[in-house]
Ligand binder design. Structure first.
Ligand SMILES: CC(C)(COP(=O)(O)OP(=O)(O)OC[C@H]1O[C@@H](n2cnc3c(N)ncnc32)[C@H](O)[C@@H]1OP(=O)(O)O)[C@@H](O)C(=O)NCCC(=O)NCCS
Length: 157
């Protein structure tokens, strides 16, 4: 499905990730994080409905990895990774990915969605707040460099 990106009118299409996308995904991951996921980590999520890529002009502009797990009789959605190519940030691609991934998680029965974000990542925290996520708790030293994570939560009911 193609939806216009809100900022510049450039069309962004969101679709399930395929193996052929993985090199581009890993390149964006490496450009985005100091402790990036390796290729194999993405490979394991191929076929997972919550692993989506955003395409603009036939190029991979970003991706999201999310899944649903059962816990104590509840279905918990988890947004595990989201990033947009540095050249495409601020154009609505991240919002389009988040919006679609919440739809996929809801369609797969998630009643709640959680994610972790670096305490210092104000841009991402703003994106998540716009999508109704609220900070739940801080996890000291969650990241490899010792930085705290903020766990954020949103109900889908
Ligand atoms: C976070 C990220 C995925 C957002 O993607 P994006 O395509 O730039 O996001 P959008 O253009 O859809 O912006 C949506 C909202 O996010 C917030 N936002 C995103 N990046 C921001 C930044 N650098 N500074 C401030 N706000 C930011 C804003 O609220 C923005 O809404 P607005 O433009 O109406 O103010 C992208 O910046 C990225 O890949 N960052 C590096 C990787 C990362 O930190 N991932 C999250 C890990 S938890």
């Amino acid at each position: 499905m193609t939806t216009p990106a809100p900022k510049d009118g450039e069309a962004v299409s969101i679709r399930p990730a395929e193996r052929a996308d993985l090199l581009a995904v890993v390149r964006i991951e490496n450009a985005s994080f100091s402790q990036p996921w390796p290729y194999d980590a993405f490979d394991r999520f191929l076929g997972e409905p919550g692993f989506l890529v955003a395409e603009t002009d036939g190029e991979i502009a970003g991706y999201v990895v999310a899944d649903v797990t059962q816990k104590l009789g509840r279905s918990l959605g988890h947004v595990k990774d989201i990033a947009v190519h540095p050249d495409h940030r601020g154009d609505g691609v991240g919002s389009a990915l988040m919006s679609r991934s919440l739809g996929v998680l809801a369609a797969h029965g998630a009643d709640t969605v959680k994610l972790e974000v670096r305490r210092s990542n104000d841009g991402a925290k703003r994106l998540y707040r716009e999508f109704g996520f609220e900070p739940l708790r801080r996890v000291p030293g969650y990241y490899g460099n010792g930085e705290d994570a903020i766990v954020m939560l949103r109900n889908l009911d």
